[in-house]
Design a binder for this molecule. Structure first.
Ligand code: C2E
Ligand code: MG
Ligand code: MG
Length: 403
């Protein structure tokens, strides 16, 4: 991967020089510096190619780090952000949370003096995420067309990958989340970020949901015949809330396959539910009435209240990755996690931590009493045949983690 373009925004010349030295030591060759937020904005506006990473101090004359972050959010910048500051950790964490809430891709924050290892780790993280991002990008640059989507559905070019969910107290398999991929004949393997929104806008989302549910049910039949009986979670779009035939149509598929509704969990995101609480209540209550599991996905990215959530008969809450990443070391994330866990315990529903990548976060979540874990730390999503091998091999690597 090419060296990322980095902009250091720092008012102290000697700190700016120190950060430049650290960056060069990490192999960054395309470096620019700005002595405050205003100069940074001018550089960003003038630059022919956008900066990949901004390393930003908070206290600066003229336009400070917080104002700069707000400006960047308004401009929908795609630069990733690293915050560096000599101020107290609680203040740094508050600014980090503000940036995440504003939609900025925050790699992390470091308290000054900046240790080389800490900067190196965040830059490494950026490179890892950049590889992930390119996985989601279409190999042909043009947008997918309606015809390609329709053809994909008609010719069954969609497939499911499954990511394990693990019970944190005993290491047993709790279930699998089905994540859809589009094996496009010319563009290669496409990820949901490339086509879900388009399916929603082109009125194809229900057709895609049925394709996904049909594949999940067929997979359950095959696995059940092999003596493997996991519960499968399927993601739904809020656009389906207005489809009054949805529940009956899914029930027909299940009856034909002799699969119980309790073997499926439907995931809907917090934002979709809150955006349409009336229809969501009717749609989700009907699903629950038939015995399906219900999960609130990406919890923490919307602004639902406990009152709104407790009105919907969810059986599971999935805490968004943005609230899990770094939870072991960030006290504000621990406060959010602990109060959410207490709420789930009182409501009698499972709390799933999404997107666990690091050993320290896994350890914290386990000791804090989190019920279920999902994330690359345990396993990435896998094709169905790999799932069986993974389970038959005794879910490798989990033994050490449970020790
Ligand atoms: P989601 O339901 O929150 O699924 C989790 C996403 O995070 C998946 O991305 C998964 O591959 C990724 N992930 C899992 N563990 C980690 C981790 O440790 N670190 C990081 N960085 N990422 C992790 P994916 O497969 O690209 O799916 C993205 C979103 O697309 C899903 O988010 C879901 O909202 C939507 N989606 C996926 N399949 C379907 C589907 O069949 N129907 C609908 N309507 N939406 C779907
Ligand atoms: Mg999900
Ligand atoms: Mg999620």
């Amino acid at each position: 991967m090419a060296s990322p373009r980095v902009l250091i925004v720092e008012d102290s010349p000697c700190q700016a020089e120190y950060l430049s030295v650290l960056c060069r030591a990490c192999g960054i060759s395309k470096l620019s510096t700005a002595e405050n937020g205003r100069v940074a904005l001018e550089l960003i506006d003038k630059a022919e190619t956008s900066f990949d990473i901004l390393i930003c101090d908070l206290e600066m004359p003229d336009l400070d780090g917080i104002e700069l972050i707000q400006w960047l959010a308004k401009r929908n910048t795609c630069s990733a952000l690293i915050i560096v500051s000599s101020r107290e950790q609680s203040l740094i964490s508050a600014v980090e949370l503000m940036a995440v809430t504003e939609g900025i891709d925050v790699l992390g924050s470091i308290q000054k003096p900046v240790p080389q290892g800490a900067l190196e780790a965040l830059l490494k993280d950026y490179r890892g995420k950049a590889v992930e991002r390119t996985k989601g990008a279409c190999c042909l640059n043009s947008a997918l067309s309606l015809q390609e989507l329709e053809q994909g559905l008609a010719q069954h070019q969609f497939e499911l990958h499954y990511q394990p969910k693990i019970c944190m107290d005993n290491g047993m398999l709790h279930g699998l989340e089905a994540l859809v991929r589009f094996r496009h004949p010319a563009r290669g393997l496409l990820y949901p970020g490339d086509f879900i929104e388009l399916c929603e806008h082109k009125g194809l989302i229900d057709a895609l949901s049925f394709e996904v549910i049909t594949m999940a049910i067929q997979q359950l039949v095959v696995w059940n015949q092999q003596g493997f009986a996991p519960r499968i979670s399927v993601n739904l779009s809020g656009r389906s809330f207005s489809n009054s035939a949805f529940t009956q149509d899914v029930m027909k598929l299940l009856t034909q396959a002799a699969i119980a509704p309790s073997d499926l969990i439907f995931e809907v995101t917090e934002t979709q539910v809150i955006g349409n609480i009336g229809e969501a209540l009717a749609f989700l209550s009907r699903l629950r009435l038939h015995g399906f599991g219900l999960s609130i996905d990406d919890y923490g990215t919307g602004y639902s209240s406990v009152k709104q959530l407790s009105q919907i008969p969810f059986t599971e809450l999935k805490m968004d990755r943005s609230l899990i990443e770094g939870v072991a070391s960030k006290s504000h994330l621990q406060v959010i996690f602990e109060s959410t866990l207490s709420m789930c315990n009182k409501l009698g529903i499972d709390l799933v931590a999404e997107g666990i990548e690091k050993h320290k976060d896994w350890e914290y979540l386990r000791s804090a009493g989190c019920h279920v874990a999902q994330g690359y730390y345990i396993s990435p999503p896998m094709p169905s045949y790999e799932v069986v091998n993974w389970v038959h091999a005794g879910m490798p690597a989990l033994h050490d983690k449970m020790a």
